[in-house]
Ligand binder design. Sequence first.
Ligand SMILES: Nc1ncnc2c1ncn2[C@@H]1O[C@H](COP(=O)(O)OP(=O)(O)O)[C@@H](O)[C@H]1O
Ligand SMILES: [Mg+2]
Length: 452
Amino acid sequence: MRINSLRLQLLAWVVLPLAGLATINLWTSQRNALATADLVTDRMLVGSARAIAERVAMADGALDATIPPAAIEMFDTGDRDSVYYRVETAGGRLLTGYPDLPKAPQHENIGASYRGHPLRLLTLGHPVIGAGEDSPISVTVGVTLAGHDAMVKRLWLSAFAQQLALVAIAGVFVLLGLHRGLAPLIRLRDAVRSADRNELGAIEVSGAQSEIRPLIDALNAYRERVRAQMAAQRRFIANAAHQLRTPLALLSTQASYALRENAADQRREALVALQASSGRLARLAEQLLTLSRAEPGSRRPRADRIDLTEAALHVLETQMPAAINRKIDLGLDEDGPVPVIGDGTMLREMIVNLVDNAVRYSRAGGSVTVTLSAIDGEAILTVIDDGPGIPSDEREHVLERFYRIAGSAEEGSGLGLAIVREVAETAGGRVTLGDGAAGGLAVEVRLPLALP
Ligand SMILES: Nc1ncnc2c1ncn2[C@@H]1O[C@H](COP(=O)(O)OP(=O)(O)O)[C@@H](O)[C@H]1O
Ligand SMILES: [Mg+2]
């Protein structure tokens, strides 16, 4: 059986051993009570026997044994004990008392049985002056055990009561201590329960012990993280909605324009513009989706073996028309496969965004070079253009979501580089922005190389 309550556990750990110890203690105290009662009874037997023996004297040439009442009355403790005695000469002649009372060995107290009752028995030798060979006389006194047993019981019961009280008091103190000790934990529970769901502020529990402090700190750190994450999510959704609203409004305007237009070629022109807008909108939605997929924990990360060179070749093919459009010399510089572990779709999307940026933001007629290499266990992908580049104070911002450099003539959402960073970090790598040799932007992505 498992006890889940801390109260019961501690109570069991304190009270059960204590009860065990008390039991052992009771056993010894019972033996002590018995020894004490034996000792007291034996002292009384000695006293009684001596009182009887001292009264035995020669009277008119014969031994006279008169029993002093005190010798018998000293056993009258209210427990209705019977006292038996026997006085006889050295030769064994009965002077007075019960002839069939057994004798105890000299100076030894024994337990005996007489007339069906257990007895405590003592025999004492006593010289009588002038008694000749009748001296020393022997006096035997026996007493039944009612008083003796009552004394054992009394002594033992008081010990028993004390032990019981001790265990009970210990139990009460354990419960009290626990109640006090657990109070901060209960307060913490209530604070966590009652705290406003959207608040997620730091929880403060007064009087928390040093064992509970780390728990509260960890909880607060966790709440802080959740709060930051929630805020980021809210920002993201607001931004995304904002980004979607503008092109949708444009789309709607273009549609109404096309509807109003009667001339066939002007209507066609409006429809072409509409098609371009909806294409950009689709691209934006796609980027939002990519970003949400690249986020940590958003889905089970795929761990395929991907050849970056092959992926880059594929991307370059799709970007070639745009490059030709701007008369840009788009080239790949590679020497063999560069294998990495990651999600193929995401990694391709990362390269798409880098090449797309380079083609669109660099100058027309320039050149864009994608380089792939594997050095020291790292896959290195660089995309270098000879355009205007990004000022160094903007470089840390352009990696943020929705951040665009003000005054850019090109269309965009500001999600491209954020996707690049998210994908690279998910694959265990990192992104750095630098200067290209010809003054443009050089983006370098380093990923762990897949083991052969
Ligand atoms: N190769 C580049 N050369 C110059 N500026 C760039 C380049 N790549 C990105 N940028 C700047 O960084 C900004 C952020 O890029 P990105 O995150 O891809 O968003 P978007 O392309 O949608 O604007 C761009 O608006 C652009 O101003
Ligand atoms: Mg971009």
